[in-house]
Write a new protein. Structure first.
Length: 436
């Protein structure tokens, strides 16, 4: 899988974390102890073999049969002990890595199933020792015991919740329930792309271990490498959010290098991983949340969290508010909601001490609290705009026509001549001249 995510300042990235890390090597002292035990075993075997052949007769120089068998046993044990020790250490590391992917409840249930299967196999297979051919009895007995032990372990691990609950009731104790802070959370692709989980972590409401399975990381990588610009930006945003979570102190982000064989859908893989590890699912996908809830997985939906944290009032709501004091601006009055949020009401200073229906116009949320702005709901919305004044009514008996004003158009001299009759005649009143 190619890495196109932004590099981590710490020197790595989420895509790089997806590569399986080499488990720590077995301590050197453990290897030497295993080699020493093998040397002692082969030395004892060589001593017994040399003594039984010819212990007193000199075989090689000053060495008799007993000494030669002891020396050869020590040498062979030293060589085989090193090989056996390294192979045993490698097998132990592989076992430890595989067991790390399995929850403790599954291990306990599997051990109970193995013990039950072995006991059942021993009870069923003991009649084989009545056969006259004893060399057939032991192999048949071993086969039955091993097969039933394996079947018992598989059944017990698949039904681990019922097995552990049964043993808890038999012991007189209620089944152990892990506190929410200990239960790991598995992140869905939608949560990484959304990015709000980073704010929730920084606010201190989400802590513990956040698990990112390989299917989620592969899906984000596919989005980041897509040809569509929108899908590419969503994938890169998801990878950047995961890298930012790795740098946060309140949580520990762990990439699960595991897959679910035989399952192709990413959602189905997440549900199976949650069931196997006893983890909660952190998602924003409604359909996935419903499917996981039906399967018995605890679901943490950030949409439900946002609905729970939404303001008690929104713009356009009408709420009764008791006005207690004057505001800073002219005409403002201040009251409070039941949750303690301050409400600033415009044009209401004259109604102090009264409960006024307030229509919310805006809500401002800050780190210190919530501030609500509104206006009286029983007043029109444009009550603050000045209304045009009407002209004064005409006195009774008048025509209502406005008084004549000064002449418009002719000059004052022309108006005076027209009033005295000395004005020159208009061009229309003059006789027309005949053309020659």
């Amino acid at each position: 899988m190619t890495s196109s995510s932004a590099p981590d300042p710490a020197g790595g990235s989420v895509a790089a974390a997806a590569r399986p890390t080499r488990p720590p090597r077995t301590p050197y002292a453990v290897l030497e102890i295993l080699r020493l035990l093998v040397v002692v075993f082969f030395a004892g075997a060589g001593y017994q073999l040399g003594t039984s052949v010819d212990g007193d007769r000199l075989v090689l120089g000053a060495l008799n049969g007993t000494a030669l068998g002891l020396v050869l046993g020590c040498g062979l044990g030293y060589v085989l002990g090193g090989v056996l020790g390294r192979r045993t250490a490698a097998a132990a590391e592989v076992t430890r890595t595989r067991l790390h992917e399995v929850s403790a409840d599954t291990l306990v249930a599997g051990a109970v199933g193995v013990v039950g299967g072995v006991l059942l196999g021993a009870g069923v297979a003991w009649p084989v020792f009545l056969l006259p051919q004893t060399y057939l009895a032991f192999p048949l007995f071993g086969i039955v015991v091993v097969v039933l032990g394996y079947i018992g372990s598989q059944i017990a691990m698949s039904k681990r919740d019922g097995v552990l609950a049964l043993f808890g009731e038999r012991a007189g104790r209620a089944p152990r329930v892990l506190p929410p802070s200990v239960v790991p959370r598995i992140i869905d692709t939608s949560v990484a792309v959304d990015g709000r989980v980073l704010d929730v972590v920084r606010a201190g409401f989400l802590h513990g271990t956040l698990l990112v399975p390989n299917p989620v990381l592969a899906e984000l990588q596919g989005l980041a490498d897509a040809g569509d610009d929108l899908r590419r930006s969503r994938g890169r945003r998801g990878l950047e959010v995961l890298e930012s979570l790795q740098r946060e102190d309140g949580v520990e982000v762990e990439v699960l290098d595991l897959d679910v064989p035989g399952v192709h859908e990413v959602d189905a893989k997440l549900v199976r991983i949650c069931l196997d590890r006893g983890a909660a699912l952190l998602t924003l996908d409604t359909n996935l949340a419903k499917a996981a809830g039906l399967a018995g997985v605890r679901v943490l939906n950030l949409h439900a969290l946002s609905l729970a944290m939404r303001p008690p009032v929104a713009a356009g709501d009408d709420v009764p508010v008791l006005l207690l004091k004057a505001g800073k601006e002219p005409g403002q009055a201040v009251g409070y909601l039941d949750d303690g949020s301050m409400v600033v009401v415009e044009r209401s200073r004259s109604r102090l001490g009264m409960s006024v229906p307030v229509r919310v116009t805006s809500v401002l949320t800050t780190a210190n609290g919530r501030l609500v702005f509104g206006r009286p709901a029983d007043e029109p919305e444009d009550a603050s705009t000045p209304r045009p004044r009407r002209p004064p009514a005409a006195p009774p008996g008048s025509s209502g026509a406005p008084p004549p004003g000064p002449p418009v158009g002719p000059s004052a001299v022309t108006a005076a001549r027209l009033a005295t009759g000395t004005a020159p005649p208009s061009p229309a009143a003059m006789p027309a001249r005949r053309r020659p």
